[in-house]
Design a binder for this molecule. Structure first.
Ligand code: C5P
Length: 345
């Protein structure tokens, strides 16, 4: 009798493990799809010649946060069998009545806002290629924060694969000779030192904020969507302040939706979807695997851009980088075969 009970428990544990492993790969796959579509849509939107005013980037941030919150509320609504009463009570209970828990999310949200601004400073002082290549250091800062804050253990092959991944993504984004001459121009009045310092701080903030959010998600049983609503609420407040500070005058003149086109709405919706998918990836996989998914999508979007938009000529350095990224991805999983949950603490 006892044995039958133990077998039943084992079987149901196996079913839960299988479901969570499926969610892990599903969320990583959707992240690759979302990042690739976002990059391609943004590239496409840049090639379009609009005649009206350009849309305000600060307004797009606010609208994406709003969409994210609405989507998360709908997901919580679904989790509670579409009961308005249950939705109302869970939001009240978990958000309003737990102000300390809610405030914890102000930290990653504030850091992400700072990060977005730092990246803007970086791009005003560096050429795009140096910026993109240096920003890949976030792969290592994320691993270091995962080890120090979550007690995650990485084997020698995994550290090696992270170094190869970083090198591979750097090569993939290395400018070709023709791009160097046009892109290497230092930004007018820019300071290389300020630019590099801004990217380095952004690498630390990206690693820290991601791992901090992962810690919050994995330390409590709370729904990932409620956590995302809390994160999004602060994001919305910070975003609104940003919009009024940078573009207050223009918003008063022509409204916050000036220059919005179908493509703009697509970019904003893809950005909002990105927030949801990143949260799911952090919950069901982890921040390090997120780095692999985004690296693969850089290769994918570059290749699609070459075949469909024909605005990119792959060089041998690109192919070498792409091979390194793929090798790193397999190498990272390789050790997982000998130890059953490699990147788990
Ligand atoms: O470069 P990095 O991977 O750190 O960028 C993460 C991005 O994902 C940030 O712009 C952040 O605002 C966003 N994010 C989100 N929702 C989450 C976690 C991150 O929108 N739950």
């Amino acid at each position: 009798m006892q044995r039958r009970g133990a077998v039943k428990v084992k079987a149901s544990k196996r079913a839960v493990d299988m479901a969570s492993s499926q969610l892990k790969y599903l969320s990583l796959g959707v992240l690759v799809f979302q990042t690739t579509s976002l990059v391609l849509t943004m590239r496409y939107s840049r090639t379009l010649q609009g005649d009206g005013p350009r849309y305000l980037a600060s307004s797009a941030v606010v609208v994406a946060e709003l969409m994210k919150i609405v989507a998360c509320v709908l997901l919580v609504f679904k989790e509670h069998s579409y009961s308005i009463r249950a939705l109302n009570s869970i939001l009240r209970q978990e958000i309003l009545q737990k102000p300390v828990e809610t405030l914890k999310l102000a930290i990653p949200s504030g850091i992400y806002t700072l990060q977005n601004n730092l990246l803007y400073v970086a791009l005003s002082n560096l050429d795009a290629a140096t910026y993109q290549v240096t920003y890949q250091l976030k792969i290592l800062t994320t691993a270091l924060f995962s080890v120090s804050m979550l007690g995650r253990k990485l084997g020698i092959y995994q550290w090696l694969s992270l170094l190869i991944l970083m090198g591979g993504v750097a090569l993939v984004q290395w400018p070709s000779d023709s791009a160097v001459s046009s892109e290497k121009e230092p930004a007018s009045g820019g300071s290389q030192f300020v630019g590099v310092a801004a990217v380095l701080v952004a690498c630390c903030s990206s690693g820290f904020a991601g791992v901090y959010f992962e810690k919050i998600l994995k330390e409590s049983k709370q729904s990932v969507w409620i956590r995302n609503i809390q994160l999004g609420m602060f994001g919305l407040v910070f975003g609104l302040f940003g919009m009024l500070a940078y573009d207050g005058e223009r918003v008063r003149e022509a409204g916050m939706f000036q220059g919005y086109s179908t493509v703009t709405w697509t970019v904003v919706a893809l950005q909002a979807l990105g927030g949801l998918v990143i949260a799911a990836v952090i919950k069901y996989a982890d921040n390090i695997l997120k780095g692999f998914a985004t690296s693969l999508s850089i290769i994918l979007s570059t290749l699609i851009s070459y075949f469909l938009l024909q605005d990119f000529e792959p060089t041998s350095v690109f192919f070498l980088g792409a091979i390194l990224v793929i090798v790193a991805t397999f190498l990272y999983g390789y050790e997982g075969k000998s130890s059953p949950n490699p990147s788990r603490a």
